[in-house]
Write a protein that binds this ligand. Structure first.
Ligand SMILES: [Zn+2]
Length: 214
């Protein structure tokens, strides 16, 4: 069952007030998981929780003076409320540095990392198949993507729970030993994933892969 609750939020930058739909309950039916930490099910996908105002500022709900008490239904359906930040908004936010905190910057950069074209993501190989294949040539990354990855690595060092993302970035940047040590050190990564990702790294695979979900 997926339902929404609405919070009333105020943009910390321009002061506009609007409502924001937030997912209240979810399920993992049909879940598919990729090595960069992003996943998608039939009714739900991994979200950063980052929001974007019409003025272009990006922020978390907590930074927008949320009023959760009671249910706030959309007050102005014409405006559509304050939407989730998508990768197009996120790249713009990076260009104009539209965040107000390191936490928001971290999420903006994560959103950009995850903003791979749906079709391209779906074409990425299954981890099991990739392990037994020859490593493909390293994927050419744009300068923006590479800079984003390097900065994101630094921002993720100070927070827990992003071992999968950090390991994947190191692997995509062909720093395979670093990737292995991150996968090994993070006990929150399921052993099945960590084993297969370490093997991919040992074999110098730098591509995004889809992980087995059982
Ligand atoms: Zn604003």
């Amino acid at each position: 069952m997926t339902s929404f609750i609405y919070s009333k939020l105020t943009c910390p930058d321009c002061g506009q007030t609007d409502t924001c739909p937030r997912m209240a309950s979810t399920n993992n039916l049909g879940w598919r998981q990729w090595s960069d930490g992003w996943g998608r099910g039939d009714y739900w996908q991994t979200e950063t929780g980052l929001l974007v105002c019409r003025c272009g500022a990006v922020f978390t709900a907590e930074e927008a003076n949320p009023e959760h008490d009671g249910r706030h239904w959309p007050s102005s359906p014409q405006t559509g409320g304050i939407p989730e930040c998508r990768s197009g908004n996120a790249w713009l936010a990076i260009r104009f540095r539209r965040w107000g905190s390191e936490g928001a910057e971290r999420l903006v950069r994560l959103q950009c990392l995850w903003g791979i074209e749906e079709g391209e993501r779906m074409l990425s190989p299954l981890a099991d198949a990739a392990v037994s294949a020859l490593p493909p040539p390293p994927h050419a990354l744009s300068r923006e993507s590479e800079e984003n990855m390097e900065r994101l690595l630094r921002l993720l060092e100070s927070v827990d729970g992003y071992g999968l993302v950090r390991g994947d970035i190191q692997r995509r940047l062909c720093r395979f030993d670093m990737a292995i040590s991150i996968y090994r050190a993070d006990e929150t990564i399921p052993a099945q994933w960590s084993d297969i990702l370490c093997e991919l790294a040992r074999n110098e695979h730098s591509e995004l892969v889809e992980l087995p979900v059982h």
